[in-house]
Design a protein around this ligand. Structure first.
Ligand code: IMP
Ligand code: MG
Length: 197
């Protein structure tokens, strides 16, 4: 877990209000790790991280699980560089692991329309895992058309575009230690200072 310090400053007008502070992220990820540790005690899971967004979530979560887990990664693309879904999901990098008879947990950064997740779930279920569950760090309220059956959820947030803790806007801002609203259409030259809470 990273130590964020008390007053990290970010001066970028695209970084809006903090939606989930760094301390809340770290605390909730620890709780999710404890829940998974309890639920999977007799069947250590294979964590499948969805790149790139879930990279920090997965690395923090994995260290909060006290079981001999394995990790693998998959990259899918459902967004271009814009902030709205294209509705098209494409596997950019597939898993190395064979999922047959494994207890698989998909580790997702954020569920927006739910299209990416329902595609992934169908795709991985077809590989005959012993069980298949999902842990999603963030779920946007009210946007999913179908019930997604998420075993573990970090936070439910308002339906706005967010950045940080792995989430990007056109590949930037992934390394913010908190989750913030993304501010579009800021006039050039505008500056704001954001104090880490
Ligand atoms: P969905 O298919 O609409 O549920 O979109 C899921 C994927 O889109 C996530 O795994 C993210 O990679 C990306 N995404 C959705 N909402 C956001 C956001 O607010 N910020 C950054 N990426 C997002
Ligand atoms: Mg994602």
């Amino acid at each position: 877990m990273i130590d964020v310090g008390s007053a990290v400053e970010f001066t970028d007008p695209h970084i809006g209000r903090v939606v989930v502070p760094a301390a809340d992220l770290q605390c909730r990820v620890r709780e999710l790790g404890e829940a998974i540790t309890a639920d999977y005690a007799k069947r250590p899971p294979l964590l499948v991280g969805v790149l790139k967004g879930a990279c920090f979530f997965l690395s923090d979560l994995a260290r909060a699980i006290r079981l001999p887990i394995e990790m693998d990664f998959m990259a899918v693309s459902s967004y271009g560089s814009a902030t709205h879904t294209s509705g098209v999901v494409r596997i950019v990098k597939d898993l190395d692991a064979d999922l047959t008879d494994r207890h698989v947990i998909i580790v997702e950064d954020i569920v927006d329309s739910g299209l990416t997740l329902s595609y992934l779930r169908r795709n991985l279920a077809a590989r005959h895992p012993a069980s298949l569950e999902v842990v999603a760090l963030l779920v946007k309220e009210g946007l999913q058309s179908a019930e997604l059956d998420l075993a573990y959820v970090g936070f439910r947030i308002p339906p706005e575009f967010v950045i940080g803790y792995g989430l990007d806007a056109a590949e930037r801002y992934r390394n913010l230690p908190f989750v913030a609203a993304y501010v579009e259409g800021v006039p050039p030259g505008t500056t704001t200072t954001l104090e880490q809470p």
